[in-house]
Design a protein around this ligand. Sequence first.
Ligand SMILES: [Zn+2]
Length: 64
Amino acid sequence: MADLTPTPDRPGLHVTKPDPTTPATATAVCHCGATATATGDNQVRALVEGYTANHGPAHSKGAK
Ligand SMILES: [Zn+2]
């Protein structure tokens, strides 16, 4: 199994949900230096939405 956890060298968003009864976990590392982790389906969802809106691909939308 490859280790998919993002690192500053390989930024990205990784969500793990091994099975329906286990809370999801997420790790996000952005190339801008921001990092975040979340545990629990709701917190993971919020992390993914925040990361997508403000980091990762969002950085390339409109120069800021
Ligand atoms: Zn960022």
